[in-house]
Design a protein around this ligand. Structure first.
Ligand SMILES: [Zn+2]
Length: 113
């Protein structure tokens, strides 16, 4: 599954407004750029309104990356892949699927009965 993220951008109002259209769902990674110029992921997530969510997270990290998802399920699956790949220190628990869905994590199939 493709997990390419755009960025990093400054986790600040101007960059968020410039990069993200309103009311789109997607995934994001928050983090910082280290001395070797490598983006270090601290936390990942998803939201049905990515721009609004990132606005709320201003101040929690210095940079963000993101990807627009084609559906809410796609956003969930991509969040799962990011979670398993980066094991971010800011994500203690596995991403939750929305209520009233039977979606499965594409990596660990955690929600198999
Ligand atoms: Zn999983």
């Amino acid at each position: 599954m493709r997990t390419t993220l755009l960025g990093p951008f400054e986790l600040a109002y101007d960059d968020i407004e410039r990069e993200l259209p309103p009311s789109i769902c997607g995934v994001f990674a928050l983090g910082y750029v280290d001395a070797a110029d490598i983006f270090r992921v601290q936390r990942i997530g998803r939201d049905d309104d990515l721009r609004q969510r990132l606005r709320e997270l201003i101040g929690s990290s210095t940079r963000f990356k993101f990807a627009i998802a084609t559906s809410r399920q796609s956003a969930f699956e991509r969040e799962c892949v990011l979670f398993h790949r980066f094991q971010p220190p800011g994500n203690i628990t596995h991403p939750d699927r929305p209520k009233r869905t039977d979606w499965l994590c594409p990596v660990c199939a955690r929600f198999h009965p």
